[in-house]
Design a protein around this ligand. Structure first.
Ligand code: NDP
Length: 241
């Protein structure tokens, strides 16, 4: 069995999650990687790594994958709650289905992860949950109403639970990225919103690489357990809003 403890990463099939998986693996951690698409996670080719096709809304599937990983690699020391979706659009035209999906994945999926690991961490008096918030969880952006709502919720949930479990030496960390070059915005059906995102990213010399967020997550995690980096807002220097 690897000497370092188990790290779980949701949404590890692309973008920030995949970059985080590579970095934590380089640091020697066994991993449980979760997303709906299993093939991109397996193709990372990481050692001591269990990849499972799990929708974070599927609490039983999520639980079963954690049990399988813990039976191989020991208890979970870190959960990176990263899975998320963003559909940007004019609120008068956006479908209720897109609103629902963002609320489901970004809030309820994240809560499922917390629910499944938190009590064990409290009992062991240690552990770290890194929730991926957003600059859109700190300030508002046009065409991002419900996405901002979900990320403001992530910030509130993280900070509230952090206070409640601090006495058990469990850390809750909010990493809030600015613009990162991933597939995230490409699923927006509003072409103007999509084009606007990439055009602004080009104008400022490019969005961040996902590896910069992965480094931020690893930094927070590798601080001693007595040090809690409560929140990191990590943006391209030239990103103005
Ligand atoms: P990507 O679209 O590249 O990655 C999103 C990941 O989430 C994918 O691996 C996807 O996998 C997974 N996912 C989506 N829905 C589910 C689900 N129901 N169950 C399990 N996994 C799911 O985007 P990013 O890497 O950019 O996004 C990662 C996080 O970073 C998100 O929370 C996002 O909100 C946040 N963020 C991103 C920013 C950016 O500019 N890119 C800025 C600020 C925050 P699959 O489709 O295989 O299920």
């Amino acid at each position: 069995m690897p000497s370092k403890p188990l790290v779980i990463i949701t949404g590890a099939s692309s973008g920030i999650g995949a970059a985080t998986a590579r970095l934590f693996s380089e640091a020697g951690h066994p991993l449980l990687l979760l997303a709906r698409r299993v093939e991109p996670m397996e193709s990372l080719g990481l050692p001591d790594c269990l990849c499972r096709a799990v929708d974070v809304m599927d609490l039983d599937g999520f639980r079963a994958a954690i049990a399988e990983a813990e039976s191989r690699y020991g208890q979970t020391d870190c959960l990176v709650n990263n899975a998320g979706v963003m559909f940007c659009a004019d609120p008068a035209r956006q479908s209720v289905d897109e609103w629902q999906r963002m609320i489901d994945v970004n809030i309820r999926g994240l809560l499922n992860g917390i629910h499944l690991v938190l009590s064990g961490m409290i009992a062991r008096q240690g552990g770290t949950i890194v929730n991926i918030g957003s600059i859109a969880g700190v300030k508002t952006f046009p065409k991002h109403a419900v996405y901002c709502g979900t990320k403001f919720a992530v910030h509130a949930i993280t900070e509230t639970i952090r206070e409640e479990v601090s006495g058990s030496d469990v850390r809750l960390v909010n990493v809030a990225p600015g613009m990162v070059e991933t597939d995230l915005v490409n699923s927006s059906t509003d072409q103007d919103a999509r084009d606007g995102w990439w055009s602004y990213a080009n104008q400022i010399g490019g969005a961040l690489k996902p590896e910069s967020i992965a480094q931020s997550i690893l930094f927070a995690y590798q601080m001693p357990q007595s040090v809690c980096v409560r929140e990191m807002i990590v943006c391209p220097t030239r990103q103005e809003p």
